[in-house]
Design a binder for this molecule. Sequence first.
Ligand code: IPD
Length: 304
Amino acid sequence: HYLNLQEIHDTLISVAHEAGRMMLQANPTDLDKGTKLNCNGLAVDIVTETDKAVETLVSSRLTAAYPTFAFVGEETYKPGVQITERPTFIVDPIDGTTNFVHGFPSACISLGLAVGRTPAIGVVYNPWRDELYTAIRGKGAFLTVGANWGVEDGKGRRNKLPLSKNPIPLGTLDTSLVSIEWGSQRDGVNYEVKTEVFKKLCAVKENGGAMVHSLRSMGSAALNICAVAAGQLDVYWEGGCWAWDVCAGWCILSEAGGIMASGNPGNWEPELDSRKYLAVRGAPSGQKELIEEFWGLKRAETGP
Ligand code: IPD
């Protein structure tokens, strides 16, 4: 049946702004019951009271407005729950919780809508910078700065993505700025594959490396993907993200001409819940070559 994507998108923006004000007012070091700062020696997965409170706010707003849609949120997710063909809100209340706790201003709320298991709307909002990334499938992607804090006319400055008119040509890793994340899992095969890939990305060619320009980490999967969509980063790889980390950003990336492939060799069309993602920015050519070069370097098809 007919979905008014524009109306849903506008609702998501107003919810994102409301949630953003809640985050700015919160005390980031109020941890959720049962969470410790020195997690458990194997994984770093901090949850705050604000993550929970923001998800409660968002789910109550969205289920009231769209009662027939499914809702999947990081904090209320139950293992085994599948994303179906139904319109589904896929939400990370705070993506970048570790940054939030430390006061590092790179965190956001990530609000996605998937229809037929494909991202159809993305709204990613960093309230510390008042940066709002938005996209509707087929309608382009945008970055609006300053809308919530009332800069200029209260509408903010709206820019179409990608931002740069004249980017460095894409095609080889040795001219790329690459974003990676350690993620929460630090043991066993997770540690092995991540350290191996990070080393190979940076090593000189004589040692079998790709010698990328450098590595970056925004500390939020959604903000990494949005920076790739904006053309500020060329590539983002992280194994082990969840659908709520990527759904909104994926829509923004595709609408900015970027590609979301799998981090694992050979898979050009990862499922939304595959937990294997490689984001590459938009470019007139060179995307395929860059993805294949990354796959050649990663090789291992198992692991994160
Ligand atoms: C995390 C952030 C982080 C990434 C992790 C995610 P959270 O999300 O996006 O950058 O490395 O894989 O889980 O826990 O802050 O919502």
